[in-house]
Design a protein around this ligand. Structure first.
Ligand code: HEC
Length: 177
């Protein structure tokens, strides 16, 4: 009987330890995720690292002559899903697409890196695109609204307002074909 009681006690202690360990891991994961989702712009910047090796917009060379407002010289890069859809003649780019435009001054200094990423459910009213305007070092450009510096990332009204023109023939995409 004593032996049985001892075994029961042992099982109790063991399961309590397992539960508390799981708890710990859970909190850790959750905290990790929260940090990530708190700064989606930094997350996107790290995910596009090395984009200079991606495909250029079909038929466009690096530093092609730009149109307003993006800059004097432009280089436009597409990730794999975006490139496939564009060269395949799709009317819109699929979820997971990322398009990056480097905006250069006439002396070829990099003034901005503008990025669009299509995320399912992110903003159904405007094609589900996430917008960001980075400086060369990965920090965000800002725009003054009511005396406050607003970071240009997320559902940026200015980007959306112009890009709805879809001048390329592909929804929300503007680069002339
Ligand atoms: C006044 C209009 C206008 C505004 C505002 C604007 N864009 Fe654009 N965008 C364009 C045009 C025009 C092009 C094509 C430029 C070219 O290749 O000649 C373009 C191209 C792009 C591209 C390449 C993919 C594509 O659509 O062809 C990205 C990425 C981009 N813009 C991001 C942004 C972001 C991010 C913002 C907001 C911070 C923004 N744009 C604001 C007009 C605009």
């Amino acid at each position: 009987m004593k032996k049985l009681l001892f075994s029961a006690f042992l099982i109790l202690v063991l399961s309590a330890t397992i539960i508390s360990c799981n708890d710990k891991d859970y909190t850790k994961d959750k905290a990790g995720e929260e940090t990530k989702s708190m700064d989606p712009a930094a997350d996107l910047w790290s995910r596009i690292s090395g984009y200079q090796n991606w495909s250029h917009w079909p038929g466009k060379q690096p530093f092609y002559k730009g149109t307003e407002p993006h800059g004097f010289l432009l280089s436009t890069y597409l990730n794999e899903p975006a490139y496939k859809a564009l060269t395949g003649g799709s009317a819109e780019l699929p979820y997971g697409s990322i398009v990056i435009k480097e905006n250069y001054k006439p002396d070829k200094t990099l003034a901005a890196v503008t990025v669009m990423e299509r995320i399912k459910g992110y903003n159904p009213d405007a094609g589900d695109w996430y917008w960001a305007k980075y400086k060369a070092d990965g920090s965000l450009h800002t725009k003054e609204v009511d005396g406050k510096a607003m970071k240009l990332a997320g559902k940026v009204g200015g980007c959306i307002g112009c890009h709805t023109a879809s001048t390329s023939g592909v929804k929300y995409i503007m680069t002339p074909k």
